[in-house]
Design a protein around this ligand. Structure first.
Ligand code: TYC
Length: 117
């Protein structure tokens, strides 16, 4: 069943205070704000994608600096899989698509996937 959420006069979610219509007393309610489900974006190792290309992908799509990008790339090279970042579903899905498209456009078999945290 849908529950009514207390809203401040400006229409935004309040901090849990709600005025009783009859007595004018300010009572405390529990604001129902759900945290979004989060997803890890992972890249997988392969034998063909150049190391420099993977570093470039991490810089371009995951906002990593050169050092961090190199660290992640080498981790994936040695362990087989590594994490690029954690995002909400739609952002994670967009990044996976962007990396897959970009890699294919450049003729590389790099694989990118997402999993629920
Ligand atoms: N293993 C690749 C090579 O030796 C480099 C590589 C690293 C590829 C990470 C993919 O996600 C990857 N050229």
């Amino acid at each position: 069943m849908a529950k009514i959420r207390a809203m401040a006069s400006n229409g935004g979610p309040d901090k849990g205070k709600e005025e009783d219509g009859r007595t004018g007393l300010v009572t405390k309610t529990r604001p129902k704000t759900k945290r979004p489900h989060l997803y890890k974006v992972l890249i997988l190792n392969d034998d063909y994608t150049p190391m420099e290309f993977v570093v470039h992908v991490l810089e371009k799509y995951f906002n990593k600096g050169r050092e961090e990008a190199t660290r992640i790339m080498l981790h994936v090279h040695h362990k087989g899989v590594g994490m690029c970042g954690v995002y909400t579903y739609e952002v994670a899905e967009t990044k996976v698509t962007q990396v897959m498209d970009f890699s294919r456009q450049h003729g590389h078999p790099l694989q990118c996937t997402m999993e629920k945290e």
